[in-house]
Design a protein around this ligand. Sequence first.
Ligand code: SF4
Length: 283
Amino acid sequence: MKQIALNYHLTAKCNMRCAGCFAHFNECNTEKLTLANCQKVLKTIHEGVRHIPDRKLNFAGGEPTLIPFLDDLCQLARNFGFSTSLITNGSLLTERRIQKYAHLFDWIGISIDSLQPLTLERLGRTINNKPIPADSYLKYCRWIREAGVRLKINTMVNRLNCKEKLLPFIEMAAPSRWKVFQFLTISGENGHIANNLKISSQEYQCFLQNNRYEYMVPECDEDMKSSYLMIAPNGALFDNSEGKLAYSRPLWQVTWKEALNEIRFSYKKFRKRGGCYEWKLKR
Ligand code: SF4
């Protein structure tokens, strides 16, 4: 194993209320979110994967930019030798903040599911019921590129946006990676709304055909199962292989190896979905 990527979902807190969100972490106790505990989790991860030459840690949420000690944690991850990335809903990005992040992150990803205000409202991808306008999203993307950080865009294709043509916007935003996910039902998280959002594989393929982009990375619902190494806000590894989130014991209580044995992860599926790529930013 030469490369490994991990996703640390630092918090369940978010300033948006997306209908399809799988990251409420309803069944895990997320109260122990302190810098000291997160540092312990990072240290355990580091000890568990330090033998793998090329390691990436992605900070996600909830909304990770709400966490006041995000920068400290990211710096610690870099000190441990991880390449680092951030996935955000974009709402709290400013040019100044992105310039500060330029020293901390190799990649910044923004979740953009639609550019249609009505669709964004119906998806709950709003701040105080107001969607982020397309020109603001474009501005964030430009700031990220100008700061010398690689730009990623994540899109979740579902019943409400599957007919949308995002390609002209994507070509202007010019991400180095556009991850296009098919909506995945996770019971206990988005299961109650799944009938309104799930789409068939034909509908998903249709979206891909209508939006072909050089750096598009498609991931259908089956590709996503067991192919991510994910850490929950309570410090536990978790997996989604059975259509719900299943947790290990927290990484501040057990070793990396013990926690890994308590979840399902397939390195083969991780590779197959394109999880290994050149992620280190040459500075
Ligand atoms: S922005 Fe992300 S974390 Fe927040 S509610 Fe939407 S999908 Fe969930």
